[in-house]
Design a protein. Structure first.
Length: 460
């Protein structure tokens, strides 16, 4: 066959895609009918599609391109590593330089005594590792009955059977036999949608105390761990009330359960610190990382664990691992990405300069008639759309307003994502103030157009 190129006609690219490519989280027939948008190139915060449109990427790919697109240093690092050692495994008493360097670098960056790293190729794989890791930990500690992992509804921890079960997405659980046994979900700290009867502070405490209730119901001697994202990302950028995390931390300590903090989105600067755990003063026993670790230039994820967890696990042979655990090219690229994040002061700039600027500009959308709540921390934010700001009413058909708004964003050459009726952003951390202005202007225009359409179609 003749391969197509980025310069091939859009219709041809779309037709070949529709004929053979099954897309994740996509209604395939619907996509084939409309035709996929074909992204061909990217630079900084901007994508180019096969029709030559320039699109501002308000989502950093999928929450991952933290240093922006087009950094040749990462391509050079991959090139060098491919020539020197394109692959070797880290099983059976072998190692290689990129993996050992990256593990040491992550130990240096991660807070507290999170000093040991088990590599994977994605966030899903790393959370699967965590599930087996915490159960093995308690087995080795002589408490094998501690097997249950508590998670939250509307959490996202990945798409494999283990990580998808840890997640709390009911639409995912409805397909393919999830959740697997031994996972218990509690309610999320989503004040806007679920907490209107109380102050955010009281609601945050209540939702954290649901962890204690669950532990007592299950039996503390049976609970292995609690897993949560500092800020729920794919659930709609749900920023927990300030009272939430201190109470979770207290409860986890009280019952001696392991705390797995899923930093796949929040890690590597997204919240204005290196890790969301620092933003919320959380002390994890295990941290899941991926995405921003390589800024998405290579698939890589990891579980970073404390000295205590490592000591227990190292007492046995952990019968677990992936061919690409610690892939040398992925590790070399991640190291270069971390060097850039650090040496260019990108995380500090998000905390001190561009993050506060984005917050001010993004929060200005609160006056829009469609916008009920605006939440933003660092470079992740969300707008809750509502037909009635005062009563915080949901739309009659959840997701319709969000979808319309997302389509308007697309038409205005801005990538924003919708999670039901929450519009979310997570731009590259290198976004400039001018680009932030463009993002907010395009978002407002898209909201205006969505409002018109919702009225015209009788949704409000
Ligand atoms: N955890 C969180 C918090 C995530 O947001 C994601 C991906 N969106 C994952 C895990 C899964 O990562 P991956 O898609 O790399 O498997």
């Amino acid at each position: 066959m003749t391969l197509l190129t980025p310069n091939s006609p859009t219709a041809e690219l779309q037709a070949l895609d529709a004929a053979h490519h099954l897309h994740p989280f996509t209604h395939g027939a619907g996509l084939a009918e409309k035709g996929a948008r074909v992204v061909t190139r990217a630079e900084g915060c901007w994508l180019t599609d096969s029709d030559g449109n320039r699109i501002l990427d308000g989502m950093a790919g999928l929450w991952c391109v933290n240093i922006g697109y087009g950094r040749s240093e990462l391509a050079d690092a991959a090139h060098r590593q491919m020539l020197e050692l394109p692959f070797y495994n880290t099983f059976f008493q072998t190692t290689h330089v990129p993996a050992l360097n990256l593990a040491a670098k992550l130990a240096e960056l991660a807070p507290g005594d999170l000093n040991h790293v088990f590599f994977a190729s994605s966030g899903s794989e790393a959370n699967d590792t965590n599930l087996r890791l915490v159960r093995t930990y308690w087995q080795e500690k002589g408490q094998p009955e501690r097997q249950v992992v508590i998670s939250r509804w509307n959490a996202y921890h990945g798409s494999s059977v283990g990580s998808g079960s840890l997640g709390g997405m009911k639409g995912m659980h409805a397909q393919g036999g999830m959740p697997i046994p031994g996972i218990h979900h509690i309610d999320q700290p989503n004040w806007w949608s679920e907490g209107g009867y109380a102050t955010p502070e009281a609601f945050g405490l209540e939702r954290a105390q649901a962890l204690e209730t669950a532990i007592l119901e299950i039996g503390p001697e049976k609970v292995a761990a609690f897993i949560a994202e500092p800020i729920q990302g794919a659930g709609g950028v749900i920023v927990p009330p300030e009272t939430y995390w201190p109470e979770i931390q207290r409860i986890a300590k009280k019952y001696g359960i392991l705390l797995i903090v899923d930093e796949v989105i929040c890690g590597f600067g997204r919240t204005g610190n290196w890790f969301g755990s620092q933003t919320y003063d959380i002390q994890p026993d295990i941290m899941t990382v991926a995405k921003g670790l390589s800024s998405g230039y290579q698939p890589i994820g990891a579980s970073i664990v404390t000295d205590d967890v490592a000591k227990v696990i190292e007492n046995t042979e952990f019968n677990h691992g992936y061919t690409y655990s610690g892939h040398p090219v992925a590790c070399a690229v991640a190291l270069e990405n971390l060097r850039i994040l650090e040496e260019e002061g990108i995380v500090d700039r998000v905390r001190d300069e561009t993050g506060p600027y984005l917050k001010e500009r993004f929060e200005s959308l609160a006056d829009h008639p469609l916008v009920g709540e605006v939440k933003i921390v660092g470079m992740m934010g969300s707008l809750a759309l509502t037909p009635d700001k005062v009563t915080r009413a949901p739309f009659a058909e959840p997701g319709t307003a969000g979808l319309i708004c997302r389509e308007r964003c697309f038409a205005n050459n801005l990538i924003m994502r919708h999670v039901y009726d929450r519009m979310v952003i997570s731009p590259p951390l290198v976004i400039s103030k001018d680009e932030i202005d463009t993002l907010v202007e395009r978002a407002r225009k898209s909201l205006d157009e969505a409002l018109e359409q919702l009225k015209a179609e009788g949704h409000m």
